[in-house]
Design a binder for this molecule. Structure first.
Ligand code: SAM
Length: 245
């Protein structure tokens, strides 16, 4: 079977993505460590450092495609409990794992979990001080729609930060990375979940995602100002930043 994006509509894309995350939810955190060799932790820490969460006033942050809560937990911690973070995900299984982890970590008070689509956020205009999305936007079928929604729910002066796999700009690393993603990742997926196919699909989705400059242009197109990006690990991941001015 091929999981190519070519001939499937948005509804079918979303259904396939949902299948993957329903299947892996309880093993998601372990898989993340294995597949990124722990690097996802470093990249998420970098996102939170860039956000520079206020520790002196209450503020609201929205973490879209928040999954099991990794980014949200880090923001609450870095804000010393001043951030109220809404974790939004289309997948109830991922949120359920996140909810349990939040309880165990004793930070449930600062968090809300909302099951919804990044393309249609169930919040009023100008609700949040910050919007984050980590390794989520490439899974969303209509990216311009998700970006327009991000812009809408942010307050004026609000910050947009997106962490995503991107284009590797160091040739030797690129060769290694290709081998890793097309061979190792589906194999690890198969070992842990019994099915490697969904991971082939996820790896393919990384290839189809626009590169750093093209994605920056899409963010500008959605209305954001002072758009910039930073590469991590030679561009394996990139952090895009924008402001609702
Ligand atoms: N942000 C988390 C992290 O970095 O560990 C989770 C990332 S996980 C690779 C991608 C997440 O995107 C999944 O939890 C999936 O359910 C979610 N997702 C996919 N399509 C979505 C959509 N249209 N709206 C909201 N979330 C979506």
């Amino acid at each position: 079977t091929s999981f190519g994006f070519e001939n499937v509509g948005d509804g079918e894309k979303q259904r396939r993505v949902d299948d993957v995350f329903h299947k892996v939810a309880v093993r998601y955190d372990v898989m993340n460590d294995l597949m990124s060799a722990g690097m996802h932790r470093v990249w998420k820490d970098a996102l939170v450092t860039a956000l520079n969460p206020s520790r002196s006033r209450r503020w609201r942050s929205l973490d879209v495609a928040g999954g099991t809560g990794d980014v949200a937990f880090r923001i609450v911690e870095a804000s010393r409990g001043n951030a109220e973070v809404t974790v939004l995900d289309i997948n109830g299984s991922m949120l359920e794992v996140g909810r349990k982890r939040a309880e165990q970590n004793g930070i449930g008070r600062n968090l809300a979990f909302v099951e919804a689509n990044a393309e249609a956020l169930p919040f009023d205009d100008g609700t949040f001080d910050a919007y984050t999305i980590a390794f989520g936007i490439r899974n969303v079928p209509d990216i311009p729609k998700a970006l327009a929604e991000a812009y809408r729910v942010l307050k004026r002066g609000g910050r947009f930060l997106c962490l995503e796999f991107s284009e590797v700009d160091i040739p030797p690393l690129e060769a290694f990375y290709e081998a890793w993603s097309f061979n190792a990742i589906p194999r690890i997926g198969e070992m842990v979940t019994g099915d490697g196919e969904p991971y082939r699909y996820l790896v393919e989705s990384i290839r189809k995602f626009p590169n750093q400059d093209n994605f920056a242009a899409m963010i500008r197109e959605a209305g954001f100002g002072r758009v910039s990006y930073k590469n991590y690990t030679g561009g394996i991941a990139a952090l895009h930043s924008g402001w609702k001015l």
